[in-house]
Design a protein around this ligand. Structure first.
Ligand SMILES: C[S@@+](CC[C@H](N)C(=O)[O-])C[C@H]1O[C@@H](n2cnc3c(N)ncnc32)[C@H](O)[C@@H]1O
Length: 226
């Protein structure tokens, strides 16, 4: 058990909901995810498209925010998409960047992605450095709507920054608390992100609500220190 999970368990003020990684929240997540996977595999293209579209919007928004040219500056990039679902976004990025991989904890999504020959591996975002030889490896670590499903948010953030190259970028976009449509809206987003950046070697590019079109979403975008 990581120090962060320990703290998460012992400091309920950090979260509205006190559960353990092996406890009911994870089970709830898996129940929710299997419904979601079933729906997806039974074809809900609108839902999928909306999500993919937001991933692309977040990617290009981030590049602009960081002052990066979307062709020249990223063509050599090595990108990780955390919680990639069926791998549609890494498949899209494969034509833009040098190398890209998505990581996903739900085996049906991984199987589906592999069947479609999309660049996806099975793995846990909270165990990136334990499972893979990825320390300081990626120029850009991306995640969209992942942390709300990950009880150990701070552990996940630590791992995502650990696999980011010094001078590289890490972006994460998540629901802010109070979104009634979501099961996992209990993240005290700004509190967690502020705590994370205060102890991490990174410069904040953005730590705020994202875009007027998505008023319930919060983006943390950082550049890792050299
Ligand atoms: C809400 S979906 C978002 C998918 C995609 N990023 C998007 O925006 O379309 C979250 C995905 O993260 C995956 N996930 C949840 N916890 C994870 C973890 N610890 N490691 C890797 N993937 C995880 C889920 O299985 C799910 O496919």
């Amino acid at each position: 058990m990581t120090e962060n999970v320990q703290r998460w368990k012992t400091d309920p003020t950090l979260f509205e909901c006190e559960t353990t990684r092996d406890g009911f929240q994870t089970k709830k997540m898996m129940d929710y995810e299997s419904t979601y996977v079933d729906e997806f595999l039974n074809k809900d293209p609108m839902r999928d498209w909306e999500s993919f579209d937001r991933c692309r919007a977040l990617w290009f928004w981030g590049l602009r925010k960081a002052g990066l040219d979307h062709i020249k500056d990223v063509s050599e990039f090595n990108v990780l998409d955390c919680g990639t679902k069926d791998g549609q976004f890494p498949e899209y990025l494969a034509d833009i960047v040098d190398d890209v991989i998505g990581i996903e904890l739900s085996q049906p999504y991984v199987d589906y992605a592999i069947e479609k020959e999309r660049p996806v591996v099975y793995g846990d975002v909270c165990e990136l450095t334990n499972w893979f030889d990825w320390e300081n490896h990626f120029d850009f670590v991306f995640s969209h709507h992942l942390l709300g499903l990950t009880p150990d948010y701070l552990g996940a953030l630590d791992e995502m920054l650990a696999v980011t190259k010094p001078g590289g970028y890490m972006i994460t976009c998540n629901d802010v608390p109070g979104n009634p449509k979501k099961h996992f809206s209990y993240i005290e987003t700004s509190k967690i992100f502020n705590e994370f950046v205060s102890k991490s070697n990174c410069d904040v590019i953005h730590n705020d609500r994202w875009h007027p079109d998505f008023p319930k979403e919060w983006v943390l975008f950082v550049k890792k220190g050299e």
